[in-house]
Design a protein around this ligand. Structure first.
Ligand SMILES: [Cu+2]
Length: 130
């Protein structure tokens, strides 16, 4: 009897953990009080654009900018050249080809950005509360 109870409890814990992990990945609001996983999104800095150019994420998401260009790139908050709208959203230096720069968005809002070295390249990150 005790062994059966132990097995049942173990199965319930495994299912609950799996559901929690799935919920955290899928941003299900019911489980938003418990997010064991750091959610990360990647924006590729391709030769002529940010890909994707627009993303919507939940607060505290870590957004990584991966430089797949063969030149230095520099993602940063608008407005060019001062980046004053969200000054922390700025690596303050170029990102070398093949490197990546990540930033955790702790503030909700609609954050427009550009490439400081190629200001015509732009994008938008919408950060929602969880
Ligand atoms: Cu700039």
């Amino acid at each position: 009897m005790k062994r059966k109870t132990l097995i049942t409890a173990t199965v319930i814990i495994i299912i609950a953990t799996a559901a929690g992990v799935y919920a955290a990945k899928a941003h299900l609001s019911f489980f938003s009080f418990w997010k064991p996983i750091q959610v990360t999104e990647t924006i590729t800095m391709a030769a002529d654009a940010f890909e994707p150019k627009e993303i919507s994420v939940f607060k505290n998401t870590n957004v990584c900018f991966k430089n797949e260009d063969d030149e230095e790139r520099w993602p940063a908050s608008n407005i060019h050249p001062t980046h004053g709208i969200f000054p922390e959203f700025d690596p303050k230096e170029p990102v070398a080809p093949g490197d990546m720069w990540c930033f955790q968005f702790k503030r909700t809002g609609i954050w427009r950005f550009h490439d400081h070295l190629f200001p015509e390249l732009t994008g938008v990150i919408t950060v929602r509360g969880s």
